[in-house]
Design a protein around this ligand. Structure first.
Ligand code: R5P
Length: 282
């Protein structure tokens, strides 16, 4: 068995290969003069773990090309971050169910799929092969322990993230709560005022995705007004679009931490071990 990964998942792919005590296949990437992607893989095995986060459209195309290049092998796909998963239903007449379109495309040529903290578990039903989701909540809890915070409050930005916050908090037996978020647009959110036990405490806001940073910047403003000592932002998928990291730091966030499902300078938590464990389990 070998691991092969897309260009934007090369650190996680290599870490996964190390965790599985196997080798990673080299891939050479280039483009045709018109911008189309080209790639060529090194020596393949007859069983392959393909790792590729759909972080953007180029990453999606590279992933599809890699799956096709591995057509002589039995393939399992690890989809650490699945872009387009938030358009998981038709909200307005005429819209696509984008998550379904992506799920169907990446299912061709693989026998099973593992996702990591997929935005909405319902999306798993759109894959054309058996798919299951694993969660980094425990690993995030373990990371928070290393910060040695005194009695931190673990906070979900909305009720939908409350189960995730509870799972993170269980790592240290910490208190957890949630806010009420209203999304006005892709970049603008409001928070219903809520009195929290934040005064003089460290608060860790946890979410599956930080995209524009709007959710957490708004939440941190409320927390500092209530006397929070410091506010940390921890997520699985650091999309960090449009200068989100700077936006969060400017909002007074003490540190922004994400995992390597999207490879960033602030990817301090690796999903490699939990993915390896899941692959070995099955
Ligand atoms: C939405 O439901 C997700 O869980 C995140 O809360 C959202 O994607 C964060 O977006 P942003 O960072 O743009 O506020």
């Amino acid at each position: 068995m070998k691991v092969i990964c897309t260009e934007k998942s090369q650190i996680l792919g290599t870490s996964l290969a190390r965790a599985l005590k196997t080798s990673v296949v080299e891939v050479k990437y280039s483009r045709f003069p018109d911008g189309e992607h080209y790639l060529i893989t090194g020596e393949l095995d007859d069983e392959t773990i393909i790792v590729g986060s759909v972080v953007d459209n180029d990453a999606l195309v590279q992933l599809l090309l890699i799956i096709d290049a591995c057509d002589c092998s039995k393939n399992r796909l690890v989809l650490p971050y699945m872009g387009y998963a938030r358009q998981d239903k038709r909200f307005r007449h005429g819209e696509p169910v984008s998550a379904r379109a992506i799920a169907q495309a990446v299912s061709i040529g693989v026998s099973e799929i593992i996702t990591v903290n997929i935005h909405e578990k319902e999306v798993l039903k759109y894959f054309g092969v058996p798919a299951r989701n694993i969660s980094l909540a425990h690993d995030i809890g373990s990371y928070i322990k290393t910060l040695h915070l005194d009695n931190p409050l673990i906070l979900a930005p909305d009720e939908g993230a409350l189960i995730f916050a509870r799972q993170v908090a269980s790592a240290g037996g910490w208190e957890f709560d949630h806010l009420e978020k209203n999304r006005i647009s892709g970049v603008e959110v409001t928070m219903a005022p809520k009195q929290l036990c934040a005064a003089s405490r460290s608060v860790v806001i946890v979410d599956d995705i930080i995209s524009t940073g709007g959710t957490i910047a708004t939440a941190s403003g409320m927390l500092y007004q209530q006397g929070a000592k410091d506010v940390f932002a921890v997520c699985v998928h650091g999309v960090l679009t449009g200068g989100a990291y700077v936006r969060l730091m400017a909002a007074g966030i003490r540190d922004v931490i994400c995992s390597d499902t999207i490879e960033r300078g602030c990817s301090k938590i690796s999903a490699a071990d939990i993915i390896a464990a899941e692959l070995k389990r099955c």
